[in-house]
Design a protein around this ligand. Structure first.
Ligand code: GLY
Length: 408
């Protein structure tokens, strides 16, 4: 089979490695991919140019396309591929709304009585400013409704901070829609499932380390590390999430005429008042995929094809845990970001490359999350020891990493 992977970061690198293990696969293309995605043919097409991607898939007889980023799905790539008889694992434009509109998903959860954070929605700057200036209990979370490049999630710890965040969002786009949400604490985890219409096949759970450090006021990022599985989350809690959250969501979307096919991703918090959903996404997480997929023992491509073909996939996991630590540029995510050379010495752990480029045969950071080192072992202590031993070898004064990934 010929596989096309769309995206260019660590998640897509992890997908590439999973596809490379598949017995079904002869050739893999990455579009656009990054310079360190070895073994794949890179396709120099803009990943938002759906027409060109479709033509490429037809010309090269691609058997299966897998999409990483949600903003590509939100453009309707699945709809375009469907029209042309091309197979793509990912949701249609209307099903991607569970990620591309946070307000839409809140309404759907309300309809299904799925517990989630309390929120207020605003499309008017002045009304939002009036509301946040009257808030008495902090922190609160402010989210942009759509899928902006920087995640669009901000934690405000004072009226002044909330006011500044609201103004920055509306300065950037006067037509913004924002949600001001209660901030909840508890045991957090990400859950993924392979889904087709009302059929839901859960994968393993993952913990994403979202802030730049373990300090409460550290900045929110795309994820500074991840581990799988997640200690202190019980089988019963996972079952509740699958039965009472993922399955009703998938069933409702199907019954409402926009059945979901692809990776369904829930961000969950077990609070003292019970399990709550922070958000839904329409793809695999990044860096969650980088620690999830190495644990998959069954054939990734076969599992996906079975779901698409309405067959029960045989999903198997190995017994080891996986810990992944991201090496990010100083200044990430909000300040001036360093784009220095990465000293890529040989290490034993696995690496998935995120934002990197080659110049004169040397590897350079692009200024955000650059790479993730992942290590597997029988327990978290050993996996941490391996991952941190190796990331230490790659670190220099230009980069930083979080020190508590996989520590419970
Ligand atoms: N790690 C968070 C995300 O992929 O959205």
């Amino acid at each position: 089979m010929k596989i096309l992977i769309i995206g260019k970061g660590g998640r897509e690198h992890a997908m590439l490695k999973a596809c490379q293990k598949s017995k079904l696969v002869e050739k893999i293309y990455v579009l656009p991919g990054n310079c360190k995605m070895d073994g794949a043919t890179k396709v120099d097409i803009d990943m938002y140019d759906i027409e060109k991607i479709k033509n490429f898939a037809i010309k090269e007889n691609i058997d299966l396309t897998i999409v990483g980023p949600a903003d590509v799905l939100a453009l309707g790539i699945k709809d375009e591929f469907n029209k042309n008889g091309l197979r793509l694992f990912g949701p249609t434009k209307s099903a991607t709304r569970i990620e591309s509109s946070r307000y839409f998903t809140k309404q759907l959860m309300e309809k299904l009585k799925i517990p989630t954070t309390k929120y207020v929605v605003f499309t008017d700057r002045e009304q939002a400013l009036k509301f946040v200036s009257g808030i008495e209990k902090f922190p609160v979370t402010i989210k942009i409704d759509s899928i902006p490049k920087n995640m669009g999630i901000f934690i405000a710890r004072s009226n002044k901070m909330a006011t500044d965040i609201v103004n920055e969002i509306f300065d950037e786009n006067e037509n913004s829609k924002i949600l001001v949400e209660e901030f909840i604490i508890g045991k957090e985890f990400s859950i993924f499932a392979l889904v087709k219409n009302s059929k839901v096949y859960p994968l393993q759970i993952v913990k994403d380390y979202k802030r730049t450090s373990d300090s409460d006021d550290a900045e929110h990022t795309g994820g500074m590390g991840a581990c799988s599985p997640v200690a202190k989350i019980t089988d019963n809690e996972i079952e509740q999430v699958v039965e009472k959250i993922l399955k009703p969501m998938a069933k409702s979307m199907y019954e409402d005429g926009y059945g979901f096919e692809g990776f369904l991703y829930g961000e969950i918090v077990v609070t003292k008042d019970g399990i709550k959903v922070l958000s839904f996404n329409a793809r695999l997480g990044d860096p969650e995929a980088e620690v999830l997929l190495p644990r998959l023992e069954s054939d990734f491509v076969q599992n996906i094809l079975d779901v698409m073909d309405d067959k029960e996939p045989e999903i198997k996991w190995n017994d080891e845990v996986c810990v992944g630590v991201v090496l990010a540029s100083n200044g990430y995510p909000s300040k001036e970001k360093c784009q220095d050379k990465i000293n890529l010495v040989p290490i034993e752990s696995n690496i998935c490359f995120m934002g990197v480029e080659e110049k004169n045969n040397e590897l350079y950071a692009k200024g955000g999350r650059n790479l993730i080192v992942t290590a597997m072992a029988k327990d978290f202590e050993k996996a941490r020891e391996l991952a941190y031993r190796d990331i230490e070898k790659l670190k220099s004064d230009s980069f930083f990493y979080r020190e508590d990934v996989g520590k419970f």
